[in-house]
Design a protein around this ligand. Structure first.
Ligand code: SF4
Length: 433
């Protein structure tokens, strides 16, 4: 049996200089999180209070659901609201009443702020409090901002989860130690992790957000939480204000990340290293074998990350350590040193890190680095492809199931596929000439 030897953590990139930039940025806004969150909390509804642009973004990114009742919509702020002719609060109350009359299945309603609602200073927290008085206990009404002003697209999930933390029921100090897994995960991945924890003998495990808004996990001083996503700064702060404590770990991407993430929980719950090894060995070995074929494709290839999802540092660690890729620049919108510490310790010392963006300067660095593949947002991908670069859309890495052992090879394939496609195009062009 293959023992899961704890990986050696040295200082890696912890003290490496970080290039900080504050200039023009090319990222999606926080509304984008609705696309994966509406699938997760199955009795929730996301009502964006925004413009036709916001409606168009959500509709085109999430796709039109034909067979199911949608779980998101946009209350359009029109010219009358913007000009102050109509009372936007009255209009909003009318929309919410009509929606909740028609959809008794909705048990949690999020009023999601946008750039236009911020510009007209529509106070959605007061609207949520006002409407809650009318609709509680049947429907809980919360609010958060998904505005694109000064945020990046994964911050929508962070703001949404943080808004739910005050609702979590409290456990008392005598309650047994429990584990909370924090961050939206596809159900299939959540089920895999739940099986691993059960096999390790860790029974008190809860996932946040839950699949049903009525099944909110309890929280208290005996709650230990593991972050499943690296972009949950505000949520983490809110959880700690309710007494929970963070378990530092790398994020569960790839075999190493998943093993160390599970180990962080196993150590707190007193699982012996023998049990840990025997429970994780089959999955580790299967995942390592599945990674082999992608290693041939990716080894030695040079990759450049534009800052977009905040997944960049954990993904760079996985690609460098488990697949042998070379990191040219690893950009991240925000660098949370505490949450990222274990990841930074595992990155090659010479990695160029950057935080924030000045897009034109970064494009120049990217062109100079001549990477084999560039990870970036949709707005940059097409122009870079036209210049001959191979690109990977960052947003796809958030939509796809990529956490855990079983998805390690799928995650590697997301990077291998564009390179293979580029090779095929090049071979075809050669044959035609
Ligand atoms: S919230 Fe702002 S950035 Fe996002 S779609 Fe609406 S207007 Fe555009």
């Amino acid at each position: 049996m293959n023992a899961a030897i704890p990986i050696r953590l040295d200082d890696g990139c912890v003290d490496s200089p970080v290039l900080r930039e504050r200039g023009q940025r090319e990222v999606f806004c926080g509304l984008t999180g609705i696309i994966w969150m509406h699938r997760k909390i199955q009795d929730a509804f996301f009502l964006v209070v925004g413009s036709r642009t916001c409606a168009h973004l959500i509709q085109s990114a999430a796709g039109v659901m034909i067979f199911a009742e949608p779980r998101f919509a946009t209350a359009i702020i029109d010219e009358r609201d913007l000009a102050g002719i109509a009372d936007a609060n009255e209009e909003l109350d009318r929309v919410v009443r009509r929606l909740l009359e028609r959809r008794p299945d909705i048990k949690m309603l999020f009023l999601v702020g946008s750039c236009p609602s911020e510009v007209i200073k529509l106070d959605l927290s007061r609207a949520a409090a006002r409407l809650s008085q009318e609709f509680l206990p049947n429907v809980r009404i919360l609010n958060y901002s998904g505005s694109g002003i000064e945020t990046t697209f994964t911050q929508g999930e962070d703001a949404c989860l943080a808004s739910m933390v005050p609702l979590l029921p409290v456990t008392n100090a005598a309650a047994p130690t429990s584990l909370m897994i924090v961050g939206c995960l596809p159900d299939v991945v959540e089920d895999q992790f739940a099986r691993h924890f059960k096999a390790l003998g860790i029974d008190q495990v809860q996932f946040f957000p839950p699949r049903n808004s009525r099944a909110l996990p309890a929280i208290g001083p005996n709650t230990r939480y593991l972050l499943a996503q690296p972009f949950l700064t505000d949520t983490a702060r809110a959880l700690e204000s309710r007494g929970a404590s963070h378990l530092p770990a790398p994020f569960p991407f790839g075999v190493e990340g998943t093993t160390e993430w599970l180990r962080a929980a196993a150590e707190v719950f007193g699982v012996s290293s023998e049990v840990f090894d025997s429970v994780t060995a089959p999955s580790r070995e299967r995942a390592q074998r599945a990674l082999e074929r992608h290693r041939t494709q990716l080894q030695g290839k040079r990759i450049f990350f534009f800052p977009d999802s905040q997944l960049e540092i954990p993904l760079a660690r996985f690609l460098a350590r488990e697949l042998g890729m070379q990191l040219t620049e690893v950009g991240t919108p925000y660098l949370h040193r505490d949450h990222m510490k274990r990841e930074l310790m595992l990155l090659p010392k010479e990695t160029q890190l950057s935080e924030g963006q000045d897009v034109e300067k970064q494009l120049d660095r990217c062109r100079a680095a001549e990477p084999d593949i560039v990870v970036c947002g949709l707005g940059l991908a097409n122009p870079l492809e036209a210049e001959g670069f191979t690109t990977k859309w960052a947003i796809e890495l958030v939509f796809s199931p990529v956490h855990g052992y079983e998805q390690s090879a799928d995650l590697a394939e997301l990077f291998a596929r564009p390179l293979i496609r580029r090779q095929k195009i090049a071979a075809k062009e050669l044959a035609c000439n």
